[in-house]
Design a protein around this ligand. Sequence first.
Ligand code: AMP
Ligand code: ZN
Length: 468
Amino acid sequence: MKIYNTLTRQKEEFVPITEGKVRMYVCGPTVYNYIHIGNARPMIVFDTFRRYMEYKGYDVNYVSNFTDVDDKIIQKAKEEGVDADTIARRFIKECKKDMEGLNVMPATVHPLATEEIGGMIDMISDLIEKGYAYVVEDGTVYFRTSKFSGYGKLSHKNLEDLQAGHRDIKVTGELKEEPFDFVLWKPKKEGEPAWESPWCEGRPGWHIECSVMSKKYLGDTIDIHAGGEDLIFPHHENEIAQSEAASGSTFAHYWMHNGFLNIDNHKMSKSAGNFFTVREIAQEYDLQVLRFFMLSAHYRSPLNFSAELMEAAKNGLERIITAAENLSRLLDACAGGALTGEEAATYDASAVFVEKFERAMEDDCNTADAVSAVFELVKFINMHASSENSAEFLQKLSDRLKTLCGVLGITLEKGQAELEADIEKLIQERQNARKQKDFARADQIRDELAQRGIILKDTREGVTWKRV
Ligand code: AMP
Ligand code: ZN
């Protein structure tokens, strides 16, 4: 498998630290609101990467944190007159609901920053001891970037150029030695959550949280660290500096970053009104559609979200689900039987789509091409599956389609909401047929629904339906 590594700016063959295992850390969201569709992108693409690695037989230890202490959380808590913990817990719960809707597998561990403070204090103490960090008079602890010679290697920035650009900038009240020194620990402000530490009562900086949680659950050196491209600098650059300064070994071998999701070709922004939460999208679409939409592009490309593209994704997904439903209908109706020689040859011919799918995924998780391979398999199924076929043949095709879709995290059963919308649509069509005195069509729809276990009742108020 080839992975584009932000660190080396090239695609590299993936070689795990331990054969058969993947240790992976994905930066999770800051929980102060419902997650937006941009936050859903790394969740979906790296979940798909994980599913593919598992499909290949790897044992994936997948760690993704929740940042549950942060200025935005504190601000939201103040607005509502509750404590920060209440906000964080509420939105972790809501985020997990959205993840379930998006069919994102729960991580092996979802650590919370607030439950790892002890580890953070240990790492900061270690950095101070080694001369990589210093305490200033108000109790703030800073990382001494100039001491870490590798600073800038991920973002391909040169620290001296960075420093030169900022030489004249002196933020009043900041006591740090150099402009690019960053906070490891900061003193408490009135009304903020805080923990005791050797330097002052306060809270950790954002970057140290991920360094510590990655080390605790995955070890000093991990295979893959991932997140959105906005995290390359400074977040991931700073994580490398802290972790490598503390441990003396490489922090992560591969760095994967997803491109940004824009709306109608503009950066998502609350003030401009082009901003959607996953929850809002769920009111209009089955969240599988959002997942499918995201996977139709390469994870590193910028992706534009628009109503038309979502409709296209919906139709594409529908085509796949319809093929799967046809197969199960044929299976229900067929007489059984084992694979014939001719069917075996046809089934073997469909392996080409699996190869195509795998080739795409092997090439830096190219889900766009993998989705194309699934469409080709669907076309093949529509062409070759019929009521004449044996049960074994139909079952094997169905399993093949299900397996590939499973790697993409797409389930082939329609969601409850979609099923109900389908029923309502058919009922409406039946009403129209009756108005136009097309009773044959109206009866056909009634029978079709009856076959699906839906019984209609004509009442004075309209048509009602129930499942039997
Ligand atoms: P945050 O809660 O801002 O720390 O973001 C959580 C994750 O979502 C990070 O990996 C971000 O890089 C990612 N992210 C935030 N906004 C977008 C966006 N518009 N498109 C893609 N990824 C994003
Ligand atoms: Zn992080």
